[in-house]
Design a protein around this ligand. Structure first.
Ligand code: MLC
Ligand code: AMP
Length: 471
């Protein structure tokens, strides 16, 4: 087979019986290619392939099949409730939903179910030679409305992974370990396609539990800050990671005390990197450079960054001035599926992407992420959750007159989703939490519901969320 994006799949770095292991099930690269080849033959010519991304080898096989066949892959969170799942399938237009055998009774909302059998074998087709095609349509939350599909090209994935290989000295000698969800940039694009492009083994632990990380014996570990803080609280597991080469944190800010405890227990100061669904990873500290607590380091090769003030004026890189971070680079997405309005909002006239993150850049080029411009984008456990989407789900409940959702600071999850609800009938917080968890994804559920008589609003009628966040 010819490889363009998945360059480690053609055997040039050798193979092993456990090249890719997910939740205890291992496949060699050859087996993986054979299984993906069989699926690729069944999806040839489809406009898109949705994949129910349970943490299993089936998800890896289906994703690989889409990439080999040149069919854009649309990851669906495995616990997405009917509202979210239907939106993703309808909006993406994916006519096929790939599932593992145990999910073959899943509701597909008009799509055709395609059961993935990792034991099946077929000839793997050559990857599409053109690298500009869409690899993924990744659904991600905005401040309002339903999630938007981000168009990520094969070229962006290749450039993003090569940038990380350079920054992290990531080579075919590495064994990558993580247990992150397989429907986001972190777990899927970096965490699965990384080893398929760069080489080396992958051990996905099913869930990102400290003991599982400790038992996996890898050289390179990925985690969101919640994973690292739970690991740092488990001294025995943390110490087992001292044999690793590199620990990488991302998807949300790594608290400095967690950085320091992790460094003390493992002997490794973690590398922190910054990115977004829309941009992949653009800024990182380097394996061969300074790893500064509270800092995400330097732009990757080929990336340019700048800070912009409220009126669009440039903000100096003086280590003190804050501005919105804007980025440019070969790993940026191609825009939002069918959403020219969102494209227009997110790109500047001169082609830079507005991240919506507020940052400081030092004279030495080190970047520090200070926060988000909008209170309506919440990061909980590394998951990006739009307040508007959760509010809309709450308002679908017959006993809810009004709702406002905020992200409150939380030691474990970074931010925890809190809903302020004005009821118009008998209802409990627990019922509302379950209602959201069943309709959207489980991680979007409010962990705390506060029933109130009314929401604080300004003269324009806008909810004063900062007031809700005051202790
Ligand atoms: C709990 N559960 C419920 C429930 N309450 N199920 C149904 N209804 C309810 N009301 C179940 C869950 O399904 C799960 O079951 C279990 O309880 C625990 O769920 P949880 O409480 O949600 O998990 P928690 O331990 O809080 O999760 C922490 C975490 C998770 C760190 C494991 O937040 C996580 O995986 N985060 C990673 C996010 C990520 O990858 N982000 C990357 C975005 S990309 P069960 O059976 O499953 O145990 C990006 C770009 C970049 O940001 O820069 O990387
Ligand atoms: P997502 O689209 O889920 O990938 O979320 C992207 C957002 O995660 C960014 O806009 C940031 O707000 C946040 N983020 C990612 N990495 C970091 C980091 N290292 N430090 C702080 N915030 C981060």
């Amino acid at each position: 087979m010819g490889t363009v994006l998945l360059t480690a799949l053609d055997g040039r770095f050798g193979d092993s019986a456990d090249a890719v292991a997910v939740d205890g099930v291992a496949l060699s690269r050859e087996q993986l290619l054979g299984a993906a080849g069989a699926v690729a033959a069944r999806i040839a010519g489809a406009p898109a392939l949705a994949v129910l991304t349970r943490p299993g080898v089936e998800t890896v096989v289906a994703t690989l099949a889409g990439l080999l066949a040149g069919v854009p892959v649309v990851p669906v969170p495995p616990d997405a409730g009917p509202k979210e799942r239907e939106h993703i399938l309808r909006d993406s237009g994916a006519p096929l939903l790939a599932v593992a055998a145990r999910d073959r009774d899943t509701a597909a909302h008009g799509a055709r179910l395609l059961t993935v059998d990792p034991a099946e074998r077929g000839a793997a087709p050559d990857e599409p030679a053109a690298d500009g095609g869409t690899a993924f349509v990744l659904y991600t939350s905005g401040t309002t409305g339903a999630p938007k599909g981000v168009l990520i090209s094969r070229r962006a994935v290749a450039a993003g992974l090569d940038g990380l290989a350079d920054a992290w000295s990531w080579t075919p000698d590495d064994t990558l370990v993580h247990g992150l969800p397989l429907f986001h940039v972190h777990g899927l694009i970096l965490g699965v396609l990384g080893p398929l492009r760069i080489g080396g083994r992958l051990v996905h632990t099913g869930r990102p539990a400290p003991q599982a990380y400790a038992a996996a014996g890898g050289s390179l570990y990925f985690g969101v800050p919640t994973v690292w803080s739970r690991l740092a609280a488990d001294e025995v597991s943390a110490k087992a990671l001292s044999a690793a080469r590199l620990l990488v944190s991302g998807s949300a800010p790594l608290p400095v005390p967690v950085f320091e405890r992790l460094a003390a227990l493992t002997g490794h100061a973690p590398v922190e990197r910054y990115g977004m669904t829309e941009t992949l990873i653009t800024v990182s500290t380097r394996a061969d450079g300074e790893r500064r607590p509270g800092s995400v380091g330097l732009p990757l090769a080929g990336v340019r960054t700048r800070l912009v003030g409220d009126g669009g004026n440039p903000v100096p890189a003086d280590g003190e001035s804050v501005g919105e971070l804007q980025v440019l680079g070969p790993m940026l997405c191609d825009g939002y599926l069918g959403r020219p309005d969102a494209d227009a909002e997110s790109w500047t006239a001169d082609g830079w992407f507005r991240t919506g993150d507020v940052a400081v850049i030092g004279p030495d080029g080190f970047h520090r992420i200070v926060g988000r411009a909008s209170v309506d984008l919440i990061k909980s456990g590394g998951f990006r959750v739009g307040a508007g989407e959760v509010e809309a789900a709450l308002r679908d409940h017959p006993a809810v007159a009004d709702a406002a959702v905020v992200g409150a600071p939380d030691a474990d999850l970074g931010q925890v989703i809190v809903a302020y609800v004005v009821p118009e009938g008998p209802v409990t917080g627990g019922q509302l939490t379950a209602f959201v968890a069943e309709r959207l994804s489980v991680h979007k559920r409010p962990r705390r519901v506060v029933l109130v008589d009314e929401l604080p609003r300004n003269a324009m009628g806008k909810v004063l969320k900062k007031q809700l966040l005051e202790p």
